[in-house]
Design a protein around this ligand. Structure first.
Ligand SMILES: [Zn+2]
Length: 248
């Protein structure tokens, strides 16, 4: 773990699927131009039921090129969406439907269902030839049962909004991820201010994390700030994937 204590930058790209391939590709080109040539790609096996990644040969070729170019493939849910259920309390509704816009697929899955989906997702990706060590839940919402399922399923690490968890050793690295919320004008304004001040606070942190979503790239001020922050952190830090941070 000596390597791991060098100041590092980990950029993750969420929601990678055939549906988001084009914006993700632009994002990766822009990041490479800013000095970030390696990221963790959070792949959704069947994004909103729009089609499995293993049915899209062009997507798989593209993703294989990225993996052999130094990016990492991470399992990110199965469908990504959390199906609304009857009988949920107001707090559940607030967290899973308002806060995440219904994207908290693994927030309250029981152990068996979580493990079934993780296994199906991993088999799909590994069956297509990818190496998969990480599981990251949609919206970082991983319930306690689902965390146990990820460990038992043999995943090496997961991340939450506030840090990185090595599932083998249970080592926790506290590092709040920079992340944008772009669904409305006021959210974008708040995001720009929040991330500027969070980035300043993270300067001394051994690990800086930036989590990007495809819609971020539709907004020039967000794209601009994300690239400036990524570029300035990349200058003084080792650019890593999460698998490097946990030395896997
Ligand atoms: Zn996601």
């Amino acid at each position: 773990m000596i390597e791991a204590v060098r100041p590092s930058l980990a950029v993750s790209v969420h929601d990678v699927s055939p549906w988001t391939r084009e914006p993700v590709n632009r994002m990766l080109q822009d990041l490479a131009g800013a000095g970030v040539g390696a990221t963790s790609l959070l792949v959704v096996p069947d994004h909103h039921h729009r089609g499995s990644v293993d049915q899209d040969a062009g997507f798989l070729r593209w993703l294989r090129d990225l993996e052999s170019g130094g990016h990492e493939v991470v399992l990110h849910g199965f469908w990504h969406r959390r199906e609304p259920r009857n009988g949920n309390g107001w707090w559940h509704k607030l967290v899973t439907e308002h806060y995440t816009a219904g994207e908290g697929e693994f927030y309250d899955l029981d152990y068996d269902e979580a493990r079934r989906r993780m296994n199906a997702g991993r088999q799909m990706l590994e069956g297509a030839g990818f190496t998969v060590g990480g599981f990251i839940a949609p919206a970082w919402l991983l319930g306690a049962d689902a965390e146990r399922a990820a460990r038992d399923e043999g995943f090496v690490y997961t991340t939450r909004l506030g840090g990185v968890l090595d599932l083998r050793s249970r080592d926790w690295t506290a590092s709040q991820s920079l992340v944008y919320s772009v669904r409305s004008g006021w959210r974008r304004r708040v995001s720009l201010g929040w991330n500027a001040s969070l980035a300043a606070r993270l300067r001394g942190n051994p690990l800086v994390r930036l989590g990007l979503h495809p819609p971020d790239w539709e907004h020039a001020p967000i794209r601009g700030q994300a690239l400036r922050l990524a570029g300035s952190f990349a200058e003084g830090r080792r650019v890593i994937r999460y698998r490097d941070w946990v030395a896997w």
